[in-house]
Structure formats: structure tokens, C-alpha cells
Design a protein around this ligand. Structure first.
Ligand code: SAH
Ligand code: SF4
Ligand code: F3S
Length: 475
């Protein structure tokens, strides 16, 4: 019998780059099993941990082995066309698994489910379940429905759902770093972006439930939490009687105060919303990591206006200056789109010069992919030929390579406090960790009796474009 290699890592076009399947935990405890793969941004990975929690309650254990699964779930991304193609390809691979096991249920979760709704059932005949990002609580009922042979769909978006009370089941965790969702949805209307349509209105999660989740992680040995939202700076929570309000800066502080040993990161910041208060809070606490992901998208004001980013080139670059002034050792990274509608060569050059000015440590770089239903699709023509988009993207990638290398070379000879996340990919004799600026550092374990989750002082002796290479100088 032919077996499918469904364990293999799938390369994804979206931000985080990789899809994954979870560990099989407590295998014997559960009669039924689900297999889940996640695509897209960290929010989606974080949502899969909510889904895992809901399914565990329902008697489904996670498995890494699709042949053991009664339910196969793909948590999908719609951000670019390629991300959707990857999922469609994956679905055709699952057809074989379904042929071998006719009772197997296949579900599509996340942004593609939301975007395509019941259409997905017509397009992909083998799909039994379609569940949008705000409807995961209804999964148990939908699974029951699907088990009786009906197709089950729930893609209702909510103005309130934050899954605040659901304790995520950590999937494929290194036991050291974890994501904590602090808000859902997005109220910005960047004209290229499908997220407001797939994730709905912005809402902030109860601050107490966030601090409780981060404390619980710390008590279980985790040493780093990343607070997640599409636009974390607009986090704003008000309690029921309106007597207490919490801004993002307040929330950062509350999480930082859990323990000086617990690192705090966050993503994503919108240049229009990040405040001095946030920067000063970062400066005040050593355990708030000095790293900001500040997507520019384009370095040209006219293009930024078409993108509806609501800032100009000058505003953005002034933000970079402000960050460097308040946090001189802060790492900065970006998202960049090449070849947006009507972008001229000169305007593309503005993106390159803004990158050089900002000296990004790293960037996620894409060429524009028109998404159905977005403002850009309705208002503008996707008129930059693909080869021009690709050439511009290559220039952006090349420049970023140079900037990353320069940034890493500046760190030669410096010593950083590093949180050990695990073995290096290349060798079990080396540790891999990150510094506050989010740079990956690899270094020999030596004769120290260290374990993952420990902090260690590492001196940088060498580097590549992507990695610092160092040695332990103190523990
Ligand atoms: N909320 C985050 C980004 C979420 S999407 C923010 O506002 O920064 C991640 C990145 O994907 C975006 O920053 C953008 O660079 C890219 N992206 C979004 N829509 C895209 C599209 N239609 N084509 C190409 N890249 C896109
Ligand atoms: Fe999309 Fe803009 Fe919202 Fe980010 S801020 S998710 S790019 S609409
Ligand atoms: Fe993709 Fe949805 Fe995230 S479209 S980037 S998975 S919010």
C-alpha cells in the first residue's frame, strides 16, 4: 500500500515560512485523533493551539501521523495567491488519504475558509468542514454534523470573540517560547490586504486573561512570550463597568512585571500607531526585547497613499529615528511589497533608499499579489508586469541581504544575553538562541551544564547573513 509522506515540512509563501504538524501527546488518552497543519502568520499558528484545546475537550488527541487521524485540518492563509495555491495542492494530496480511509473528515479552517466560505465545498469536493477564524467554538457541533455525512460550514465573524477563556494547547513547542494572542481582527484598510475581510473587526482581549496566560506559561518553565496582533499598538481594553482601561504600553508593562526572567516580545507594530509611551516602556524594562517589526510596505509617499497606509515616507523615517533615539540598540525589521499598482521605477528606488536609511536587520519581502475583494482590486489595475515585479523584488532582496550582513558585522566582538531555545539545526554540540534584538546566535555547548530555557552571555566572533556565531563567556 502506498503511504503518503504527509509529515514532510511544506514550504509556505506566507510570513512564517513553514507549516507544521503537532506532536502526538497523551496518545492513549484519546480514542479519536486529529492532524492539523498551519499556514500563514503567527496568529494562525496561535489559533491552531486554541483549536487543539477545543478538540482535546471533545476527546480528540493530536497526532503527527495522518494515517492515524480521524480528522485532518488545514488552518489556511489567504494573504497572497501563492499561499492559497499551496493549500489547494495540499488538499489534493489528502484525497489519497481519504480514499484509503473513507470515514476520514477533512476540514479547512482560517482565512481561506472565511474568504471562500461554502464555495470551498464546491471547489474542493473532498472538504467536509469549513470553519472561519471566529467560529472555532462551534467545531464540536460541526464535526458531529459532518460525521453524519453532511457538509458543515460556519464562517460567521464576531465583534467579541477573543477565545480569552480558552487555554491553548501548545503544539510543537520548544517549551521555552510561546505566542499569546492579545487581539483579533484588523480595522485598518490597507488597500492590498485581505485580512480585514478574513479576520473581521478589531477587538482586544481581556488584559487579565492575557497576564494570566503569560504567568501560567512562566510557571510552566517558558521564558519568552510574544504578544500577537495584526496591529498591537491599537490594543485597547476596557473592563465591563468602564472603570479600567489598558493600552498596549500598559499591557506590555503588566506582562514584563510577571518576572524579570520572562522575556516579552510583540508583533506587529503599525508605524502610524506605535507611541513614545510604548518605546519608553520598552526602555524601562530589560526583559522587554529591543526589537520592533515595523512594516514599511513602500518607501514612496504616493504609493503609501494608494496602499492606504495613512503615513508618509517622512513620517515612517521619523519613527525609525525616534526608535533609535529612545532605544539605541533596538533591532528593526520590515515587510516590503514590490510592484504595487502603478509603482514607477523612481518610486521603487524610494523603497530601496528607505530601506538603506532604516538599516533593517531583516525583512519579509513580497511582490504584490492582487486579492479579490480588496480595495486595490476594486479601485486600481494590477498593471506592473510580473517580470518587473520580480526584478524589483530581487533588488529589494539583494539590498536586504547586504543590510543584514552589515548589521551582523556590527555585532562582531559584542557580548549578548542569549536565551537558549534548543540545539542548533546543524549540530547537537551547539546551542541555538536569540538575543534581545531577535538575532539568532549559534554557539558551542562546551563543558557547561546548560539546558534550553537558560540565559547565557555569548560573545560574537563570526557571522553569516542570517546568523551570529559565538562562544559562551559567562553563565
Ligand atoms: N498586520 C501586519 C501584516 C499582516 S500581513 C501589518 O500590518 O504589518 C503580512 C504582510 O504580508 C504585510 O505586511 C504585507 O507586506 C504582505 N502582504 C499583505 N497583502 C499582500 C498582498 N496582497 N500582496 C503581497 N504582499 C502582501
Ligand atoms: Fe492588513 Fe494593514 Fe491590517 Fe496589517 S494593518 S493586517 S496589512 S489591513
Ligand atoms: Fe494569512 Fe490570515 Fe494571517 S490571511 S497572514 S493567516 S491573518
Amino acid at each position: 500500500m502506498e503511504t503518503l509522506d504527509l509529515q514532510s515540512k511544506v514550504h509556505d509563501e506566507a510570513r512564517q515560512g513553514e507549516a507544521y504538524a503537532p506532536f502526538a501527546f497523551d496518545e492513549n488518552q484519546y480514542k479519536k485523533h486529529f492532524y492539523i497543519e498551519s499556514y500563514g502568520c503567527q496568529m494562525n499558528f496561535s489559533d491552531s493551539e486554541i483549536v487543539a484545546s477545543i478538540l482535546n475537550e471533545q476527546g480528540f488527541g493530536a497526532t503527527r501521523n495522518v494515517e492515524e487521524a480521524d480528522l485532518v485540518l488545514l488552518n489556511t492563509c489567504s494573504i497572497r495567491e501563492k499561499a492559497e495555491q499551496t493549500v489547494r495542492k495540499r488538499l489534493t494530496e489528502f484525497r489519497k488519504a481519504k480514499d484509503q480511509k473513507p470515514g476520514l473528515l477533512i476540514g479547512v479552517l482560517g482565512c481561506m475558509a472565511e474568504r471562500l466560505k461554502a464555495k470551498l465545498l464546491e471547489e474542493e469536493k473532498l472538504v467536509d468542514l469549513v470553519v472561519g477564524p471566529d467560529a472555532y467554538r462551534t467545531l464540536p457541533g460541526l464535526i458531529e454534523e459532518a460525521e453524519t455525512g453532511q457538509k458543515a460550514v460556519n464562517v460567521l465573524l464576531s465583534r467579541e470573540e477573543t477565545y480569552a477563556d480558552i487555554s491553548p494547547v501548545r503544539l510543537d513547542s520548544n517549551g521555552v517560547t510561546a505566542f499569546v494572542s492579545i487581539m483579533r481582527g484588523c480595522n485598518n484598510m490597507c488597500s492590498f490586504c485581505v485580512v480585514p475581510f478574513t479576520r473581521g473587526r478589531e477587538r482586544s482581549r481581556d488584559a487579565y486573561s492575557i497576564v494570566a496566560e503569560a504567568s501560567d506559561l512562566y510557571n510552566r518553565g517558558y521564558k519568552e512570550v510574544t504578544l500577537l496582533g495584526q496591529n498591537v499598538d491599537s490594543y485597547y481594553w476596557v473592563n465591563d463597568n468602564g472603570s479600567e482601561t489598558v493600552t498596549f504600553a500598559n499591557l506590555l508593562e503588566r506582562v514584563a512585571l510577571i518576572s524579570t526572567d520572562l522575556r516579552v516580545r510583540f508583533s506587529t507594530s503599525h508605524p502610524k500607531d506605535i507611541t513614545d509611551e510604548v518605546l519608553f516602556t520598552m526602555a524601562k524594562y530589560e526583559n522587554i526585547c529591543k526589537y520592533i517589526h515595523l512594516p514599511i510596505q513602500s518607501g514612496n509617499t504616493r504609493v503609501l497613499q494608494l496602499m492606504n497606509r495613512t503615513y508618509t515616507r517622512e513620517w515612517y523615517l521619523a519613527k525609525v529615528d525616534r526608535i533609535r533615539e529612545i532605544l539605541p540598540d533596538c533591532g528593526i525589521s520590515s515587510d516590503i511589497i514590490a510592484g504595487f499598482c502603478t509603482e514607477t521605477e523612481e518610486e521603487h528606488q524610494d523603497t530601496l533608499s528607505a530601506m538603506a536609511y532604516s538599516k533593517y536587520d531583516m525583512s519579509y519581502m513580497f511582490f504584490y499579489s492582487e486579492r479579490p475583494g480588496t480595495l486595490a482590486e476594486r479601485r486600481y489595475t494590477d498593471d506592473i508586469p510580473e517580470e518587473v515585479k520580480k526584478r524589483r523584488l530581487q533588488e529589494i532582496v539583494d539590498l536586504q541581504g547586504k543590510l543584514s550582513k552589515e548589521s551582523n558585522q556590527k555585532d562582531l566582538g559584542k557580548t549578548f544575553k542569549v536565551l537558549i531555545e534548543g540545539n542548533s539545526k546543524r549540530s547537537d554540540d551547539d546551542w541555538m538562541g536569540r538575543n534581545s534584538q531577535n538575532k539568532v546566535i549559534v554557539f558551542p555547548k562546551g563543558n557547561y551544564n546548560l539546558k534550553k530555557g537558560d540565559y547565557v552571555q555569548v560573545k560574537v566572533n563570526d557571522c553569516t547573513q542570517a546568523t551570529l556565531i559565538g562562544e559562551i563567556i559567562a553563565i
